[in-house]
Design a protein around this ligand. Sequence first.
Ligand code: CAO
Length: 433
Amino acid sequence: MAEIKQVLVPDIGDYKDVSIIEVMVKTGDTIKAEDNLVTLETDKAAMEVPSPYAGVIKEMKVKVGDKVSQGSLILLIESSDAAIAPNAGKPAAPVAAAPVIAAPAAPAAPVAAKPAAAPLTAPQPVMTDAPAGKAHASPAIRRFARELGVPVAEVKGSGEKGRVTKDDVQNFVKAALAQPRGAAGGNGLQVLAMPVVDFAKFGAIETRPLSRIRKISGANLHRNWVTIPHITQFDEADITGMDAFRKELGAEYSKQNIKITPLAFLVKAVVVALQQFPEFNASLDASGENLVLKQYFHIGVAVDTPDGLMVPVLRDADKKGIVQIARELGEISARAREKKITAAEMQGGCFTISSLGGIGGTAFTPIINAPELAILGVSKAIIKPMHQDDTFVARLMLPLSLSYDHRVIDGAAAARFIVFLSQVLADTRRLAL
Ligand code: CAO
């Protein structure tokens, strides 16, 4: 039965008297659960507050410029059903909506990329920093710009304090379209528009909306794929000895519920290789003219979740042993699958490992997780006959696929990196070096 419900400002951490910079709905609107209602902004961050209910808005209690804190009343809604947004907390009225944190601005070019705007769901209201000195735009405008492929940092804002408005984004697109079409050899990507196909003409279909994580990660993957010149270098590491040791450790630690997979060794071996080849533990700075070499070793690990790919980051892997890494990997991948990873836990990575070894396949070409410069793909280890001392011996071989940013890393350096990594994996004593 329909009833009037209050929608309140959710837990927004320590922030008080936060400005409402955008109101996306009005009295009389019919909305779905999770539709965004307002955007809040401090001097550091912006976040959207989605509706915990579907229904008809009966009365707005806020307007642009109002200051609100946790618990402030945003609006009254006549809820048309019992539908409550999955992230809305307990379904008791009044319910505070769960804020959605603004992803960092899509950069104009990968050189300007912020720490990977990784796919995320943030159950905790962690505010992300606004890009210092960059365009101010609300999350809704940033999303609108992203959908159109507009680099919001390049749009001149005409709103209050230089804020980028929807009109500014539209004018940017109009101006871009008004430019003469690039002749062959020009800078623009001149591609045909995707055909619009009525698939139902050919048979039965079902249309399923993409998850939020998939939409965000898709946009990031697309940017990285088209803007970074990728090369993938392949190799195989003889992990016969490593795997025997891993099984011993696995038996020892299974009682403590710690699963020791090859991935824990790979994280450690990658750290040793990054220490040997510091230009792989680096990013281009915003100008694209300097390499920022990192003296920390935070390794991102791609985790396959039902809603799409997430890349939590394992911090200070150089200071941790194999068992601790294995324990943390189990813990972060479980939390990623339960959508309990925060935005902060997906930032600051130096290098990513994407392991499909538990599934199969012989090799693949992983996409670099900008602003990192390289990513290691790992496929399934299999026993192969290897030629040694004039005879064939059975060895467990692990396929490795290293994609790297060819603007910064030369092919020879990449080959040296992967060969070194294979040597470390072939002789685990080197992990201690
Ligand atoms: N070769 C052979 N066996 C392997 C292996 C490899 N390279 N890597 C893992 N295995 C084995 C493990 O030892 C484990 O065996 P048991 O069940 O007998 O103990 C089994 O495969 C399953 O391992 P796992 O997948 O549970 O654990 P993991 O540590 O290897 O990986 C995680 C963890 C989170 C990375 C993984 O579950 C995952 O999500 N992988 C997908 C990442 C992905 O989608 N990448 C693609 C990105 S590009 O689009």
